[in-house]
Design a protein around this ligand. Structure first.
Ligand SMILES: Nc1nc(=O)c2c([nH]1)NC[C@@H]1CN(c3ccc(C(=O)N[C@@H](CCC(=O)O)C(=O)O)cc3)C=[N+]21
Ligand SMILES: [Mg+2]
Length: 285
């Protein structure tokens, strides 16, 4: 079986180019520019890299940059104050609070202060509710990126068996809802699932978002299935995913690499959400 490698780097580039054109049209139409506020608390090296990449790519798409850096000793009240100022600033279309926050600070109450129409991560209770109800709103970037990759590869979803490995708020649960909204028959397996392998082997489409390095191998996957690897782990041998890529080559029908799969899509979808947020803003033309 030939395995088609889904090129997330190329597909993300295409999305960014399309967003760049749409940002340009938005600026011409409204005389205002979409703006993205990234809020980074502390100095976790991986978070610094992600935020730098998000800002650089946003700027390159013509999105205005409103970065805020709080030191590692910032309190929840400091973070809330920053979010409230950005929420009130009409030049700021989207607010992203980079996770994880430093040890001991609960992110959920800060996230809830982000107005739903600026919630470019799709993490507020309102955004989660809008997605659950199938109503228009801002949806989380990584799950959107998974759907965009499947669409770009020409993989049909309607009526097909999709299995999601993992039930996180950031990926597993929302991607399961999005697949269901596209008429896939969806099963979510997780750490307490009995006989997960038998369920995974039924999948036409397997989305692996467990956060466990190299969890899924050839024995877990039906021949010809489409496998999307959401995991990303920094090991001694570089970046690896939740999937044993080498084992699935020649066995899966479609496969995403790590790096170069879902990761770049997450940022491309963030840019798309920022433009959408600018369009949703009560003040926008
Ligand atoms: N509020 C919030 N929203 C997020 O969306 C969010 C977050 N917090 N915290 C951390 C995770 C992780 N995440 C990634 C973004 C880009 C790549 C990415 O571009 N990956 C490249 C490799 C980058 C590298 O070399 O490290 C790739 O897979 O090819 C990966 C992971 C967003 N996250
Ligand atoms: Mg095994």
């Amino acid at each position: 079986m030939d395995t088609i490698i889904i090129d997330g780097t190329a597909i993300a580039r295409g999305v960014r180019e399309s967003v760049t054109r749409d940002v340009d049209a938005f600026v011409s139409r409204t005389g205002t520019r979409p703006g993205l506020a990234t809020v980074l608390v502390g100095d976790d090296p991986a978070s610094q890299v992600y935020v730098r990449n998000k800002r650089r790519q946003a700027a390159s798409a013509g999105i205005a940059d409103f970065h805020r850096h709080l030191d590692a000793e910032a309190t929840a009240a400091d973070i809330d104050g920053e979010i409230d100022r950005l929420a009130a600033d009409t030049a700021v279309s989207g607010i992203l609070l980079q996770l994880p926050l430093p040890e001991g600070i609960d992110s959920s109450s800060s996230i809830e202060r982000i107005p739903w129409f600026k919630d470019v991560d799709g993490l507020t209770t309102t955004s989660v509710g809008l997605l659950a109800r199938g109503r228009p709103g801002l949806q989380p970037c990584t799950p959107s990126g998974v759907i965009t990759l499947l669409d770009a590869a020409g993989i049909d979803l309607a009526g097909r068996e999709a299995v999601v490995v993992g039930r996180s708020e950031l990926v597993g649960r929302p991607v399961a809802q999005m697949l269901q909204a596209r008429n896939a028959t969806v099963t979510v397996v997780h750490s307490r699932t009995r006989n997960a392998q038998a369920i995974m082997r039924r999948a036409d489409i397997l989305v692996v978002a467990a956060g466990v390095p190299h969890l899924v191998g050839r024995d877990d996957v039906a021949e010809g299935a489409a496998v999307i690897d959401v995991g990303i782990h920094r090991g001694t041998a570089g970046l690896i995913g939740d999937v044993r890529f080498d084992e699935l080559l020649g066995h899966a029908g479609y496969l995403t690499p790590v790096p170069g799969g879902v990761g770049p899509m997450t940022i491309a979808e963030l840019l798309r959400n920022t433009l959408k947020a600018a369009e949703l803003a009560p003040t926008s033309g």
